[in-house]
Design a protein around this ligand. Structure first.
Ligand code: IPD
Ligand code: CA
Length: 280
């Protein structure tokens, strides 16, 4: 008789049940992202006044809609999957083996100032691995979804990264945050331009990653970002055939990490530019 495999035994029934729970969670993620997007869009379109905002920190915008949207998402998840944990940008939360990671509005500065580049980002992490990613941009009605092993999809159509091989033809978004020294960001942008890339910053890390997944951009990089900004978009890029860094290493779920997502051919040059800039 062959020896029993180590670790818990997983039956065919367990695997099938997990797959169907993943289907249900993906359906929920899509429905709630659309519902949240409708709420955010109504506030955005109320042009009698721009959404009133305050600041959580230096250049860190906050509107009442951020909290409202997060509440809605939490309520829907709690109703459908009461045992799951939720970790969100506005209200924090807890971590379990099944954890949703939620950014109610990514691109809050844009949202608050009337710029239509913002989204809702929802990821589902199971046993330390991102299994699902959903990003919804309400203004353009674009719903991005990814399921591990199942590809990346935009409004029902399979998407893939651009296939860019030359940095001197590449468009790279370099996200900026106050969580790293300004000198490091400037050094990164300088290195990217010097390598020949066209560098931009549009103010939503999650959408930047979604745009890498569908080939509108060739790369997204940022010296530090939080899990709610990154996880859904990183799975999209991975499932769309791109290369990503190991964001969840060193407790990235709680503490955040640098993020790099790009076409496979750009990985070495961009990760080198990031590591050389990080120390500045
Ligand atoms: C920010 C945006 C920005 C990125 C920052 C994020 P917020 O999130 O994604 O593009 O560069 O790191 O904090 O404040 O708009 O939710
Ligand atoms: Ca965010």
């Amino acid at each position: 008789m062959p020896p029993e495999p180590a670790g818990p035994r997983v039956s065919g029934l367990d695997v099938a049940m997990n797959a169907s729970n993943c289907d249900r969670r993906l359906a929920l993620g899509c429905a709630v992202a659309r519902e949240a997007g409708t709420l955010a869009l109504a506030a955005f379109r109320d042009r009698s006044q721009l959404p009133p905002h305050t600041f959580k920190g230096h250049q860190d915008y906050l509107t009442a809609t951020d909290a409202e949207v997060e509440r809605l998402v939490r309520n829907r998840i709690a109703a459908a999957f009461p045992a799951d944990s939720v970790f969100g940008e506005e209200a924090g939360g807890s971590f379990g083996s099944d954890t949703w990671v939620v950014d109610p509005i990514d691109g809050t500065a844009n949202f608050a100032r009337g710029i239509p580049h913002f989204c809702i980002s929802i990821a589902f992490v199971q046993n330390g691995r991102t299994e699902l990613g959903v990003i919804y941009q309400p203004v353009t009605d674009e719903l991005y979804t990814a399921r591990r092993g199942g590809g990346a999809v935009l409004n029902g159509r399979t998407i893939s990264v651009s296939g860019m091989v030359s940095v001197s033809h590449a468009i790279v978004e370099a996200g900026w945050s106050t969580r790293r020294p300004l000198g490091a960001y400037i050094a990164l942008v300088e290195r990217l331009f010097a390598a020949g890339a066209q560098v931009q910053r549009a103010g939503s890390g999650a959408l930047g990653l979604a745009y890498v997944a569908d080939g509108r951009l060739d790369a997204y990089c940022e010296l530090h970002t939080n899990a709610w900004d990154a996880l859904a978009g990183l799975l999209l890029v991975e499932e769309a055939g791109g290369t990503i860094n190991d964001f969840l290493a060193n407790d990235g779920l709680r503490r955040g990490n640098p993020v790099l997502a790009c076409t496979p051919a750009l990985k070495d040059i961009l990760s080198e530019a990031m590591s050389q800039s990080a120390s500045r």
